[in-house]
Structures are given as structure tokens and as C-alpha cells.
Write a protein that binds this ligand. Structure first.
Ligand code: SAH
Ligand code: SF4
Length: 384
């Protein structure tokens, strides 16, 4: 595939140092406004007005908030910033997938990937710089955790992509280019719970980004103690990086399994709030040649998850430089899917997107935090 590079650099405004308004909860912003002298009685209404400007119209300059008094706009500008993280590079794949490398405070870099489809579009957002976990098939897992993203940095990924798509103003839900959000970029979202929750509340709020909770999917490797809380406090759809059908194999592929094993994970899923046929759990299953892709694995999988409303997303492994696994053959993936399907579960095979720009699942990794682990170390972790 040919790559269509489209590198752009956005000049940074000099507002560094001022606190960011994007990402504050309604209550947090109300308090911040009161602190700069907004009368308490007005503060709640001002929050709603500001949210509409920021999250529905995409405004980055307080002076454009024309339904606020001029003096108030000036006070806001003296005390806060609406500055976005900087786009370091943007790459566009042949299939239309867009990968953005963003620079956040401290000079760290994270990626966000926009995947257009015929009548909708999904943004894959990052929740951490790097990851504390080291799943052996995941590129991000070769990178140490640098830090959690703030709620503002998580929401800003959506704002930046809407800037780039030119999608501001009155968009009807069904017509949105950015219609779905998946927390499947860099990082483990349930290890950054509060920031992810606050960010998603803004995404779901009718005066915020205004996407329904059913258009948001949080993917976790299996942080069992936080799963019920995600259902209660966020209420979005859930995806589980399952990837193996025995503890011995899952311990290698998804090492968090040593802490919370398959049984503990499945118990927590059976208890997930609002679990129903219309709100099924997605089991992500990366297809690794000769590791987890046998007919026996498929049969074990359907047995394990019996009773859980679920769909199985089969993900052909996306290789990265130095990766210790190979993608299962296509007919193997289909045979696996047939067994799962015959047991009554939808088992779509995920079509890799943006392969020519390394934008596919598990390939994300920032340039600045490049390979901390050697190839030898990666192979040792994978047990080969
Ligand atoms: N940390 C979270 C979310 C980010 S990973 C989690 O693990 O769920 C998003 C998805 O990409 C997960 O299902 C992950 O297992 C999968 N993934 C990671 N590396 C991959 C690779 N090289 N090829 C295919 N899928 C991969
Ligand atoms: Fe972290 Fe998810 Fe990658 Fe595992 S698959 S290393 S949890 S980002």
C-alpha cells in the first residue's frame, strides 16, 4: 500500500500556563467560574453556555462567545485557556483512516485514530501515554507508562479530530462523521478511571459532545475491580481483551491475568450492569498463529462465556517491528469464527484499517517514547 503522508504542524499560541477549561466537570467548571468572580447564582447557567461554545461549536477563542458579556469574556481569557494539544503529524491511509500524533503537556506524545465508515465514523482515543501492562502482542505494551492523560487531554482528541473534519455546529446524530468513540488507543482506561469517566461524561452530555452512551465502547484488558464501577459511573458499552481460553496462555498474552484470572474476569462480566442482548459485551480475540487459534480454543471459548450476552470480535493480529507473533491464516480465522457462530454468537472478523500507516489496533506507539525493550526482552516475555 502506498502511504499518503500529510504532515501538518499547527503553531502554538502563547497561552501556556493558564488552566485548561476543557475537561472540567460541570461542577468543576462552576467552582472555577465562581473563583474568578462569577456570581454563584449565574455560574450554572454560564457553564452550560460555555459548554455549548466549546463542545458544540468548537470555539477556541473566548472572544467568539457572543452571548457572554464582553467583560466576562475578557476575564475568562485572562484566567483560562482553550488551547488544543498540538498536532505533530497527521497521516491519511489509502482507506481514509487518519492517524494523528498529538503532543501534550510535558512534550509527551499520544495517538488518536479516526476510522471512517460509509454512514458513520469511529474515533479510537488514547487514555495513557504508554501502558503499565505488557501484553506481549501489543506495541504499546513495549512502552513503559509515562503518565495518565487528563480528562481534558482525552476530550481534546475528539475536539481536534472534529476540527480536522470540519464537523462543528448543528449535526444530527445519524449524520455525524465522528459518531462513535472507542477507548482502544494507547493505555488501559480502567487504570485512569476518574479522568476517563469525567471525559466520557462530557462526551455523553447533551450540552457537551452529545453522543449516546451506546456509542462509546471502553476496552479493558481485565481490571476486574473497576469493571462494575465502569458500568455504574460511565454506563458505556464494554469490550474485553480476552485473547485466550486457558489461564496458562492468557497469563502470557495478557499478564494482568495472573492477578485476575479468567474465572474472576467472567464473574465480573456476569455482574456488569445493564447487560442484555441489546447491550452485549464484546470479546476481543486477537488471532495468533499456533498460539490461541485452534478449533479446541474456539470450543472452549463458547463454553467459558456461556450465559453472557456477547459478541466475539476476531482481530487478525497486526504485526509491528520486532513483534514475536504471526497472524493466523485467513481460513483458520474463518474456521474459528464458524465454531463460535454455530454456538449462537456473532463473530465478525475485524477488517484491519490503516495498515499502511501503522494505525491498526495495538500498533500505536509514540516516536519519542520509542522501544524501551529490546527484541530479546520482548521474546523472553512472550516465552519463545
Ligand atoms: N488497554 C486496553 C485498550 C487498548 S488495546 C485493552 O487492552 O483492552 C485495544 C485492543 O487492541 C485490545 O483488544 C488489544 O488487545 C488489541 N491489540 C493490541 N495489540 C494488537 C495487535 N498487535 N494486533 C491486533 N490487536 C491488538
Ligand atoms: Fe496495555 Fe491494552 Fe496494550 Fe495490554 S493490549 S499492553 S492493556 S494497551
Amino acid at each position: 500500500m502506498t502511504v499518503t503522508p500529510d504532515h501538518i504542524t499547527v503553531p502554538r499560541e502563547q497561552t501556556a500556563g493558564l488552566p485548561q477549561l476543557v475537561g472540567l466537570t460541570r461542577e468543576g467548571m462552576r467552582e472555577a467560574l465562581i473563583e474568578i468572580g462569577t456570581p454563584e447564582k449565574q455560574a450554572k447557567m454560564r457553564v452550560g453556555q460555555i459548554w455549548q461554545w466549546v463542545y458544540q461549536k468548537g470555539v477556541t477563542d473566548f472572544s467568539e462567545m457572543t452571548n457572554l458579556a464582553k467583560g466576562f469574556r475578557e476575564t475568562l481569557a485572562e484566567n483560562f485557556t482553550l488551547e488544543r494539544p498540538e498536532i505533530v503529524t497527521k497521516q491519511v491511509s489509502e482507506d481514509g483512516t487518519r492517524k494523528y500524533l498529538l503532543r501534550i503537556a510535558g512534550g509527551h506524545e499520544v495517538e488518536a485514530v479516526y476510522i471512517p465508515e460509509s454512514n458513520r465514523g469511529t474515533l479510537c482515543v488514547s487514555s495513557q501515554v504508554g501502558c503499565t501492562l505488557n501484553c506481549t502482542f501489543c506495541h504499546t505494551g513495549t512502552q513503559k507508562l509515562v503518565r495518565n492523560l487528563t480528562a481534558g487531554e482525552i476530550v481534546s482528541q475528539i475536539l481536534i479530530v472534529r476540527d480536522d473534519l470540519g464537523e462543528w455546529g448543528n449535526v444530527i446524530n445519524e449524520k455525524r462523521m465522528l459518531s462513535n468513540v472507542v477507548l482502544m488507543g494507547m493505555g488501559e482506561p480502567l487504570y485512569n478511571f476518574e479522568n476517563v469517566r469525567d471525559a466520557m461524561k462530557i462526551v455523553m452530555d447533551n450540552e457537551g459532545i452529545s453522543l449516546s452512551r451506546r456509542r462509546i465502547t471502553l476496552s479493558t484488558s481485565g481490571v476486574v475491580p473497576e469493571i462494575a464501577r465502569a458500568g455504574e459511573e460511565i454506563g458505556c458499552l464494554l469490550a474485553i481483551s480476552f485473547h485466550a481460553t486457558t489461564d496458562a496462555v492468557r497469563d502470557k498474552l495478557v499478564p494482568i491475568n495472573k492477578k485476575w484470572n479468567i474465572e474472576a474476569l467472567l464473574d465480573s462480566l456476569r455482574a456488569y450492569p445493564r447487560l442484555s442482548n441489546s447491550e452485549r459485551i464484546t470479546f476481543e480475540y486477537v488471532m495468533l498463529k499456533g498460539v490461541n487459534d485452534s478449533d479446541e480454543d474456539a470450543r472452549r471459548l463458547v463454553k467459558l462465556i456461556s450465559g453472557i450476552p456477547a459478541k466475539i470480535n476476531l482481530i487478525p493480529f497486526n504485526p509491528w517491528p520486532g513483534s514475536p507473533y504471526e497472524r493466523s491464516d485467513w481460513n483458520r480465522i474463518e474456521a474459528f469464527g464458524d465454531i463460535v457462530n454455530a454456538a449462537g454468537y456473532a463473530s465478525p472478523i475485524r477488517r484491519p484499517r490503516g495498515e499502511d500507516i501503522m494505525a491498526a489496533c495495538g500498533q500505536l506507539k509514540s516516536e519519542t517514547e520509542r522501544a524501551r525493550k529490546s527484541r530479546k526482552q520482548i521474546e523472553a516475555d512472550a516465552g519463545i
